[in-house]
Design a protein around this ligand. Structure first.
Ligand code: FES
Length: 105
């Protein structure tokens, strides 16, 4: 089961063992990880699930819709920016470190 470490701006970490099939966003929201708002519930309409994912290359490239929304994030877009509702864990996903931006709105 992949272990996902959510790292806040102040360095606080929340480590979750998440089952394959869930997303980085759903795992965070279910556990009450602060800073991942996910206003649209994973429907690719809000960009409030923005994260910095160092291992972003392990996931499929962003779709055109995700790429467009990543231009609307509250915190600056970086090369490792992703929408966490698009990061679905699989059996092959290794442990991840996810950095939560300082703001989502
Ligand atoms: S939860 Fe709204 S775009 Fe990801």
């Amino acid at each position: 089961m992949p272990k996902v470490t959510y790292v806040q701006q102040d360095g606080t970490e929340t480590v979750l063992d998440l089952p394959p099939g869930t997303t980085v966003m759903r795992g965070a929201v279910a556990a009450g990880v602060r800073g991942i708002v996910a206003e649209c519930g994973g429907n690719l309409m809000c960009a409030t699930c923005h994260v910095y994912a160092a291992e972003a290359a392990l996931f499929p490239e962003p779709t055109a819709d995700e790429d467009e929304l990543l231009d609307c994030t509250a915190e600056p877009r970086r090369d490792d920016s992703r929408l966490s509702c698009r990061l679905t864990l699989t059996d092959l996903t290794r442990d991840l470190s996810i950095h939560v931006p300082g703001a989502q709105t």
